[in-house]
Ligand binder design. Structure first.
Ligand SMILES: [Fe+2]
Length: 303
């Protein structure tokens, strides 16, 4: 049933990092490899997001993933149901996940149309055999392991890499605004997910290949990188988005931050740059990268 008669809204947004290790550590039935656990700090942090989503009961979860990188334009998943096996190309021994997801087709089409209206190059991804990238799948699994809410997956156009950071960020602002217009027009109660790690320098090899979940080997890649993450998290916790965006280019350069791919900028732009304190649920490293699980809750902010 179309919900376009009612005005849509964005209920909440999550910084939802996607290391496949988190799914590996959880041992859900969809993932083939088995583990002894691991990365509990981040996985327990995600429990808070799961509880928020259960409470808010959104119509749809949208995720922007750095690992669905598209060369020409911004793509949206546009097949009613997608299923298959998503494999992490770097960590195939940790992540071979049997996914099955429903796409919100009306919203997906609306984002495509609004993006074009806003001057962006956009395309609907209509290949029924498309293998959804592990970034999209990990973030969605960690947020909603029941997979009982339709989704819209959005690609990361590679403009920050092909052109430069400024072009990339400008594109993400427009894409976020187009996403917000599409949500409003289709009447959806939506939750957004920015599938981003923060600092992204990592170990060149697994410290213990025989036991990837060996937590005695899991440390920050460098003190400088850790301090960058803390600085960024503190700004977001304080709702200081202007200051965050002013240091973002330097953060991306010096900490090789994955936010360069634009997911967080897209999400904050879609939410109208909410200068509210983000809830910080947890920080942890995965092979040395910095990961924070955070929530911007617009629906419950005044309670
Ligand atoms: Fe990544």
């Amino acid at each position: 049933m179309s919900q376009s008669q009612t005005k849509g809204e964005i209920l909440a947004g999550f910084l939802a990092p996607h290391p496949p290790h988190l799914v590996y550590g959880e041992n859900p039935p969809q993932n083939e490899p088995r583990s002894r656990g691991g990365w509990e700090g981040l996985r327990w942090a995600y429990d808070n997001c799961r509880a928020t989503i259960k409470r808010l009961k959104p119509d749809v979860i949208l995720v922007h993933s750095p690992h669905w990188q598209t060369i020409v334009g911004h793509h949206v998943l546009h097949v009613p149901q997608l299923q298959g096996v998503s494999v992490d190309p770097i960590f195939p021994h940790l992540f071979r996940y049997h996914f099955k997801l429903d796409v919100d087709m009306e919203l997906s089409a609306a984002i495509h149309d609004e993006a074009r209206e806003g001057g962006l190059v956009a395309k609907k991804m209509t290949n029924p055999n498309f293998r959804v990238d592990y970034g999209t799948i990990v973030s969605l699994h960690m947020l909603n392991p029941d997979w009982d809410i339709p989704v819209v997956g959005i690609s990361a156009n590679n403009s920050p890499y092909f052109y430069d950071d400024n072009v990339g960020q400008e594109q993400m602002l427009k894409l976020g605004e187009a996403t917000a217009r599409a949500i409003a027009k289709t009447g959806r109660r939506a939750v957004l997910a920015a599938s981003n790690t923060l600092s992204h320098l990592h170990f060149p090899a697994e410290p213990n290949p025989g036991l990837p979940e060996d937590m005695s080997k899991e440390v920050v890649m460098s003190q400088g990188q850790y301090e960058w993450d803390v600085r960024v998290i503190n700004l977001l916790r304080a709702g200081k988005l202007d200051e965050f965006f002013s240091i973002l280019p330097q953060f991306m350069r010096e900490a090789f931050a994955e936010v360069k791919a634009g997911s967080l900028t897209w999400m904050l732009a879609a939410m109208g740059m909410p200068k509210i304190p983000a809830k910080h649920y947890g920080y942890g490293t995965v092979i040395g990268t910095g990961n924070a699980v955070m929530e911007w809750n617009l629906a419950e902010v005044t309670r």
